[in-house]
Design a protein around this ligand. Structure first.
Ligand code: NAP
Ligand code: ZN
Length: 350
């Protein structure tokens, strides 16, 4: 076993605390990674708080992992010691169902999340994530990360990046379209970067007027304050596609009204309690769609990482030591994230 230092939640209310534990020794198909940086996703906080149902404690969150390969099993050909590697929200799936065969492992019914899932390798145990000094993952769920990218800023691509890239690719966001992104946090700021990179006219909907200048720097052509009913009314019928990243329940109708005929709003934000149900007429009178999307599969995550390396796209990060995680969570609750925290795991290795 490999002694590992981590930070864990021990219940839904207390601050995260240091937690030493063991990783399995790498098997023939495994990659052992020394973690350099791990992004802080709002999903980590939802899970720590048992927002989505009972969490198994202790819970070591973290699914935006970038590190260096420390050791590989004898069957591993894709990676060698010293390579930069990434791990996202998934560490396994059944690999046989139609979803897995289509490279859409995120929709497999037997997927294994990077944390808070039953651990196939350690029966009776739970998977532990990237708020830790190292991880051991089957090679099929490890991504290649270009040396061209800053590892602290690349880590959030593994969740915030793919969660915004995947729906924009699926719904074919392209030049000539008008695309809205709702909420400027970790996901939202990646959404602005991708919509802009795909050539769309990009509009941010935000509840925080003080984020306007940043939004424009990140790729927004225009910023709409979503709390202002007059400003929202002016958007009616303008949008081909809207990506809604908000982590709290809110009225969806003003955003649905902003869609053109046949426009789609995709929900990626996953609040603890449901949104009020949208009005039916807002949908049927313009054949609009309301949809959802979950992270992305392994092939598309690699495609996104390669696209980012080619285009020089990474997250805007505030690097923190592990010891400041509870403060980071407090700021996340107040929508005060500029625009992703990235934990430097060197802070646990001293
Ligand atoms: P985040 O960094 O906290 O950003 C969320 C943003 O939503 C905030 O910055 C804020 O933007 C806006 N917001 C927050 N509370 C609001 C409220 N009460 N009313 C209106 N707007 C509000 O969170 P994140 O890491 O980007 O994650 C966002 C959500 O996506 C979370 O629920 C997370 O669990 C979920 N998620 C889903 C997937 C998936 O696969 N579908 C993957 C990752 C995360 P403004 O200040 O601009 O208004
Ligand atoms: Zn996430």
């Amino acid at each position: 076993m490999i002694p590992t230092s981590g930070y864990a939640a021990f219940d839904a209310r207390s601050p995260l605390k240091p937690f030493p534990f063991d990783r399995r020794d790498p098997g023939p198909a495994d990659v052992q990674i020394d973690i350099l940086f791990c992004g802080v996703c709002h999903s980590d906080l939802h899970t720590v708080k048992s927002d989505w149902g009972p969490t198994t404690y202790p819970c070591v969150p973290g699914h935006e992992i970038v590190g260096r390969v420390a050791k590989v099993g004898r069957e591993v050909k894709k990676f060698k010691e010293g390579d930069l590697a990434g791990v996202g929200c998934l560490v396994d799936s059944d690999r046989t169902c139609p979803e897995c065969r289509a490279g859409l492992e995120q929709y497999c019914d037997n997927k294994v999340f990077t944390y808070n899932s039953p651990d196939k390798h350690l029966p009776g145990k739970t998977t532990y994530g990237g708020y830790s000094t190292g991880i051991v993952v089957d090679q099929a769920f490890v991504l290649r990360v270009s040396e061209k990218l800053n590892p602290a800023a690349a880590a959030p691509l593994l969740c915030a990046g793919i969660t915004t890239y995947s729906p924009m690719r699926h719904w074919k966001v392209t030049k000539g379209q008008t695309v809205g992104v709702v909420g400027l946090g970790g996901l939202g700021h990646m959404g602005l970067k991708f919509a802009h990179a795909f050539g769309a006219r990009t509009v941010l909907f935000t509840t925080s007027p003080d984020k306007t200048a940043d939004a424009k720097r990140l790729g927004a052509d225009e910023v709409v304050i979503s709390k202002d009913p007059d400003a929202m009314a002016k958007q009616s019928g303008q949008f081909d596609f809207i990506l809604n990243t908000v982590a709290a329940p809110h009225n969806l109708d003003p955003f649905l009204s902003a869609l053109k005929r046949d426009g789609t709003m995709v929900l990626v934000g996953a609040p603890a309690t449901p949104h009020p149900s949208p009005g039916v007429f807002g949908l049927i009178f313009k054949r609009r769609s309301l949809a959802g999307s979950l992270i992305g599969g392994l092939p598309e995550t690699q495609e996104m990482l390669d696209f980012c390396a080619e285009r020089g796209i990474t997250a805007d990060v505030e690097v923190i030591p592990m010891q400041r995680i509870n403060e980071a969570y407090d700021r996340m609750v107040k929508s005060d994230v500029k625009y992703r925290f990235s934990i430097d795991l060197a802070s646990l290795k001293k």
